[in-house]
Design a protein around this ligand. Structure first.
Ligand code: NAP
Ligand code: MG
Length: 498
């Protein structure tokens, strides 16, 4: 019997849009049965885990399924006081006096132990914060260890770091970090501080305290003298108590611009030193002479990477007008290929939004963009019904005055804006209260340098985005804060020069 070739068979029917754009993968979950978490974590003060003064603990959740993971101590001002006193005692008794070459060995040991426990730490980072395992495994963990390695190397060379000046540690550093890179931010803060001879009290973010507490275990395992590193978990109030404590010599804060300003006001008139790493609204600028496919991948990496929970995320795409349509077409296709879902699946590109509150903030800004008349383009990825997720999204028809182009979304949402000349690109890139980072995509090195000189951004990437290295300083202009972390520049905020 002849086959009717005009009749559509099951195979010839068009697959859904998403499957046509990419490939489907079988689930590939990371095994987590080797991870042993305690049901309850206390504060880490003076080398020991101790119960909080209030006796209270709060729950930390997995944002991918809303399940309860563990209870964590709620530190109050009494606990902060005990921790600061322990840090002072350690500074005056052992750490501040120790030879740099000896301190360096401890810092090096922490780096090695992070590497040894990397798999476990990566899983806990993904479970507590929602980021895809491939990012915590391949980005956060190697970089966290690299920061300790880098600063271990500086510990005995501080007198040579700044020509003609001798370096002295400051004393006790109070350090407050956000939820987007919990272990990496702890490494950025603790490694330079203790390598320089300071002691620290660190306050992790309320929604992601677990890897900092595992780091406390590592610090115990590495036999650091008690009190050199203290970790006091809690919410914003705990951070406030640390900022206000008279026994702290320096505050290092990474977080939102609002809280940063509040901290700046709180310590005005005191002798405390301050560094602030705050928000961002980076421009990722694509010229018509750029390799477009590479640029599209750089755009994706810049904003959908880590669910857009990156202060230096390339959340504004400035694209040369002549290539706008082709970039938008390629980007639409590319976001269809991103796999959204279980952070512990090794194929997942976009994991869970860190908290319900953050998800609501993203929804609110996206709704505002739609009501302001921007055109929405969204991946048709199936979103899990439980947990906090948001599909990769971008807007076209965005003007600079739209909220979506001005406010930090801190989610996988991109605004597309066009320009015609390099001058216009610079003007639009700088038209924000922030100044943390930027990206430039072009075939011409001269254009990169011309642009970079004119942009008010702490980091400018050329033909790449979101690349980090412990040797490279990081920090902002304008309302993105002040002070630098990383590299030799990252030593200065923890030293007094004599
Ligand atoms: P956030 O609300 O400012 O919180 C940051 C940290 O400060 C948390 O540990 C928070 O505790 C604590 N905190 C809150 N209120 C405080 C107060 N009054 N005094 C002292 N500490 C207080 O920021 P977030 O929303 O968690 O983090 C996202 C922000 O961080 C974004 O704006 C992002 O751009 C910025 N960020 C910047 C960088 C950078 O290097 N520039 C890097 C990463 C993130 P709780 O968690 O308990 O509220
Ligand atoms: Mg959590």
């Amino acid at each position: 019997m002849a086959t009717d070739i005009t009749k559509k068979t099951h195979e010839t029917k068009l697959a859904p849009r998403r499957e046509r754009a990419g490939w489907t993968y079988a689930p590939s979950p990371e095994a987590k049965d080797h991870v042993r978490l305690k049901g309850r974590y206390d504060l880490f003060i003076d080398g020991k885990f101790v119960a909080p003064h209030s006796g209270k603990h709060f729950a930390t959740h997995n944002p991918a399924d809303e399940s309860h993971i563990a209870d964590v101590a709620e530190g109050d001002e009494h606990d902060v006081d005990t921790a600061v006193r322990a840090a002072r005692k350690a500074f005056e008794g052992t750490w501040g006096k120790m030879r740099g070459s000896e301190r360096g060995k401890y810092v090096y040991r922490i780096a090695r132990r992070i590497q040894e426990r990397a798999r476990e730490l990566a899983i806990v980072e993904s479970v507590d914060g929602g980021k895809p395992i491939k990012e915590s495994r391949d980005v956060d963990l190697p970089l966290a260890a690299a920061h300790f390695f880098h600063y271990a190397g500086w510990a005995d060379k501080l007198d040579y770091a700044f020509a003609g000046r001798r370096a002295r540690p400051l004393g006790v550093a109070g350090q407050i970090i956000p939820w987007n890179f919990p272990l990496l931010m702890a490494a950025w803060k603790i490694a330079p501080a203790i390598a320089c001879g300071n002691t620290v009290v660190l306050k992790p973010a309320e929604t992601t305290p677990l890897t900092a507490l595992l780091l406390a275990e590592i610090i115990q395992e590495c036999d650091l003298p008690p009190g050199v590193v203290n970790i006091v978990t809690g919410a914003g109030k705990t951070g406030g108590a640390l900022v206000d404590h008279a026994g702290v010599d320096k505050i290092a804060f990474t977080g939102s611009t609002d809280v940063g300003k509040r901290i700046q006001r709180a310590i005005a008139g005191t002798n405390k030193r301050l560094t602030l790493e705050l928000g961002g609204k980076a421009a990722n600028i694509v010229f018509a002479d750029a390799p477009i496919d590479q640029a599209v991948d750089g755009i994706v990496n810049g904003i959908y990477f880590n669910q857009g929970h990156v202060c230096c995320a390339g959340s504004r795409l400035l694209v040369e007008e002549s290539i706008h349509d082709v970039v938008v077409r390629k980007l639409s296709r590319r976001i269809e290929q991103l796999r959204v879902g279980d952070p512990l699946d090794k194929n997942t590109d976009v994991g869970a939004i860190n908290s319900k509150m953050q998800l609501e903030k993203i929804h609110e800004l996206v709704a505002a963009a739609v009501s302001e008349g921007c055109a929405i383009h969204q991946s048709s990825a199936k979103i899990p019904t439980k947990g906090y997720f948001f599909a990769p999204t971008f807007f076209t028809g965005v003007s600079q005055s739209h909220r979506i182009a001005q406010e930090e979304v801190f989610g996988p949402v991109l605004s597309v804006i066009t320009f015609r000349t390099p001058d216009e690109a610079v003007e639009k890139a700088n038209n924000t209260m922030y100044g943390l980072s930027a990206g430039i995509w072009t075939d011409k090195a001269a254009k990169v340098f011309w642009m970079a000189k004119r942009m008010r951004a702490g980091v400018v990437w050329a033909n790449t985005f979101n690349k980090f290295d412990p040797t490279s300083p990081f920090g902002g202009y304008k309302e993105s804060g002040f002070g630098r972390e990383g590299g030799r520049a990252g030593l200065a905020p923890y030293l007094e020069m004599v």
